[in-house]
Design a protein around this ligand. Sequence first.
Ligand code: FES
Length: 109
Amino acid sequence: MGEPGVAQYWDAAEVTSLREGQGRTVEVNGRRLALFRIEGAFHAIDDACPHRGGSLGAGWVEGRQVFCPLHGWAFDPASGACSTRPDRPVRTYATKVEDGRVWIALGSD
Ligand code: FES
């Protein structure tokens, strides 16, 4: 167990399970997150779209943006910024690659 307030990395997926420009939903420590591989880097955000809860892991990727499958809001998975509604960003999580797997950092909250 990690120390209080310190992010702990959780095993989320095999590196080879995501192709370039692809995303999917993963469940990490009981939390649903959307994981994307964009330009070789992995980005994790909350899976639930801040609009009405669409699954962003099921969205489509164009360039560096992911589009919600329900109503098409656009997000940058690297920063969490929403270009459709800048006042409704999505939460981001740090990732790392180790031992052929993608790890996602969750805080203690
Ligand atoms: S639920 Fe995502 S854009 Fe509406």
